[in-house]
Design a protein around this ligand. Structure first.
Ligand code: V0D
Length: 259
């Protein structure tokens, strides 16, 4: 296989052939670089977010076509409230315009929308758009498009620990019975089972860190970092990331069976 992802220049990323038997079931993406993309064009940051939403549409359909089961996108973190009010307000209406312009296409592609995070803290209009997107796609049984919205992994772990401790305090759970499955079930990814853990985590726009995303779930994920800014990310970039993933030897702490 001649897979080649040019991490510096997305235009130089070449079409690649993928092994259809080894498509990652769950792909998670930290969609970084919208502001930087806008700045490079002397546009306001929100122009980057708008273009980023169009990229969400294209990449979701491409992922569904590839046979990916779950695509988790980090849309808004619990830390993003620190941004200027105007920017936060703009972000909060994106699910509304996403719903208006894209849900029919998702239904056509049999894609089901899911959302994880502290959504009760979002504006009422955002919550409604999210509820509508989930409701209108609830019968789709193809790919799950899972948005992390007002999500933070440490907060998720804290909430999970509180849930488990409450079960113990109520006498419904023995401390000695707590195992990795108990913790899996207390995470916001539990409804995605059996695909709750990402096989592949991609971060765009050059930063090489996890930034409080899915800390428990990425224990064995392959990590892919690309300089491509999210608005420039295409179906081809996704394929190149998967080709790189397929070139790796996943051992989950054991030894490769081939060796
Ligand atoms: C901006 C790039 C889709 C990253 C993508 C509220 C930042 C575009 C949604 C969306 C955002 C979320 C839930 C839903 C339907 C759509 C979205 C936010 C930001 C934060 F049910 N794109 N998108 N939500 N951006």
């Amino acid at each position: 296989m001649f897979a080649f992802l040019n991490k510096k220049d997305p235009a130089e990323t070449t079409e690649v052939e993928l092994d259809p038997e080894r498509i990652p079931a769950h792909v998670a993406i930290i969609m970084d670089g919208n502001g930087r993309w806008a700045k490079a064009r002397h546009l306001p940051r929100v122009a980057g977010h708008k273009e980023g939403m169009n990229t969400v549409k294209k990449v979701a359909i491409a992922a569904s076509d590839l046979g990916i089961k779950v695509l988790t996108l980090y849309a808004f973190s619990t830390e993003n409230w620190k941004r200027p009010t105007d920017e936060v307000n703009y972000l909060m209406q994106l699910p509304v315009s996403f719903f208006d312009t894209f849900v029919p296409d998702l239904i056509k592609n049999n894609v089901r929308v899911e959302v994880m995070g502290y959504t009760d803290k979002l504006p009422a209009s955002t919550q409604k758009a999210v509820r509508d997107a989930i409701a209108d796609t609830k019968d789709c049984d193809g790919m799950v498009l899972n948005f992390a919205l007002n999500y933070g992994s440490r907060a998720e772990i804290v909430t999970g620990i509180q849930q488990i401790a409450a079960q113990v305090a109520a006498g419904k759970l023995d401390v000695s019975a707590i195992d990795e499955k108990t913790v899996d079930a207390a995470m916001m990814t539990a409804p995605l089972a059996p695909y709750h853990d990402p096989d592949l985590l991609i971060r765009t726009s050059g930063e090489e860190r996890i930034s409080n995303f899915l800390l428990w779930q990425i224990a064995y994920s392959e990590l892919e970092f690309t300089d491509v800014k999210w608005p420039d990310f295409t179906a081809t970039t996704l394929q190149a990331c998967i080709a790189d993933y397929q070139s790796r030897d996943r051992r989950f702490g054991g030894l490769s069976p081939k060796k």
